[in-house]
Design a protein around this ligand. Structure first.
Ligand SMILES: C[S@@+](CC[C@H](N)C(=O)[O-])C[C@H]1O[C@@H](n2cnc3c(N)ncnc32)[C@H](O)[C@@H]1O
Length: 228
């Protein structure tokens, strides 16, 4: 009998380790293990990222590029920064927009994700790809007309600092577009309540804050930088 209980205890321990490993490495993409692990995982899976996500160009046009152009109208050449660009989804959506003429800086901490973005953006003028961390953006204050950060904040070790950093680099009158994860139960401490995010954005000098339901997992959040 005692052998039976020892085997059961071992089986339960193994199950616990498997579930914990799945949660740490896959469900939360390594965020509780630090930035190096997050980026290492994105480096490993970069080649499969688009296949997993199944992005639809019409969808990204309708919910990202077109509303961005409406928010900055009549500007046709806004200076855009996409933080945590991944395989270049936002730059591609902007470049496909018939009226967009602006330059884009697209930044990510994963070299392999940027390599995939480089392949997809090959031959496109006006896009600068940069390897850098979102926690400390290598750009001056108030530099960009539009700053975006999509489906990424919850994978950052210090998302609060990243939100402040994103606000810092938007120019007065410019727009910030970020996503806020709605299903945060599996990621304690890594997602924001609407009230908390509003406070953070207001503290970062933002106004006209709007939450829009976007996907099952995400809201789109728009905010405008106060003019001086
Ligand atoms: C889920 S992907 C989103 C990519 C893209 N924004 C999109 O919508 O497809 C998250 C991205 O965040 C990047 N990332 C994670 N932590 C980062 C950090 N601290 N600084 C910069 N990029 C980071 C990852 O390398 C990955 O490319």
């Amino acid at each position: 009998m005692s052998d039976f209980f020892a085997a059961l205890a071992l089986a339960l321990l193994a199950l616990l380790i498997i579930v914990l490993g799945w949660w740490l490495l896959f469900a939360t993409e390594g965020v509780y293990l630090g930035r190096r692990v997050v980026i290492w995982l994105y480096d490993i899976f970069a080649g499969r990222y688009d296949g997993i996500k199944h992005f639809q160009p019409e969808h990204d046009h309708m919910f990202l590029a077109q509303p961005i152009m409406q928010h900055v109208a009549p500007l046709r050449a806004p200076y855009v920064l996409d933080v945590a660009t991944g395989t270049g989804r936002l730059p591609l959506a902007m470049l496909r927009h018939a009226h967009f003429e602006g330059p884009i800086v697209a930044l990510d901490a994963s070299r392999r994700m940027l390599d995939m973005a480089t392949q997809k953006l090959e031959g496109q003028a006006g896009v600068l790809l940069l390897q850098a961390a979102a926690e400390s953006l290598p750009v001056p204050d108030g530099e960009f007309d539009v700053v975006t950060c999509l489906e990424a904040l919850e994978f950052m070790g210090r998302p609060t600092d990243v939100v402040r950093e994103l606000c810092r680099v938007v120019c007065p009158g410019g727009w910030l577009l970020i996503t806020n994860r709605r299903t945060g139960r599996l990621m304690p401490g890594k997602t924001f309540s609407e009230a908390r995010l509003r406070d953070l954005l207001t503290g970062g000098g933002m106004t006209a804050i709007k939450f829009e339901m976007w996907q099952v997992d995400y809201d789109l959040v728009w905010a405008k930088k106060r003019t001086l």
